[in-house]
Write a protein of this length. Structure first.
Length: 134
């Protein structure tokens, strides 16, 4: 949910240093090998207390249902939300204090995450044998 003007790597580092867990589902192939490299390093070095996971849909047609979801969302601190109804347009609605919506979005995220892990076709970009982005 970051635009091209902001750098997600310092944001990731800041969140992990505050012991905030960061979980990301990528609908398409990740565009930033640099981000994944930093995320792997943060995870491997264990210098920061938070956890990070990055799971992608891979290329299998069975996962088109997730890959083609039209929206993006983020939940912060269990109560703040940011939702883009059209992932092709950088325009979002945000709320700093909506625990009920945040809870629903977290549940949706976890269902998608469990599905990707259970089907065995999702790609864990931080696993030791993860595909490399050159």
């Amino acid at each position: 949910v970051f635009d091209k003007e902001r750098d997600i790597i310092p944001a990731l580092k800041a969140a992990l240093s505050r012991n905030v867990d960061v979980s990301i589902i990528i609908q398409d192939e990740p565009k930033s090998a640099e981000f994944l490299n930093h995320a792997r390093k943060f995870l491997e070095d264990r210098l920061l207390p938070g956890e990070v996971s990055v799971i992608g849909c891979g290329a299998l047609p069975e996962l088109d249902v997730i890959r083609n979801l039209p929206w993006n969302f983020a939940v912060m601190d269990g109560k703040a939300t940011r939702t883009e109804l059209d992932k092709g347009v950088v325009q979002a609605t945000a709320c700093a204090n909506d625990p009920a919506t945040a809870k629903d979005l977290i549940a949706t995220f976890k269902k998608i995450q469990r599905f990707l892990r259970a089907c065995g076709n999702g790609v864990d970009y931080l696993a030791p044998n993860a595909p490399s982005l050159a």
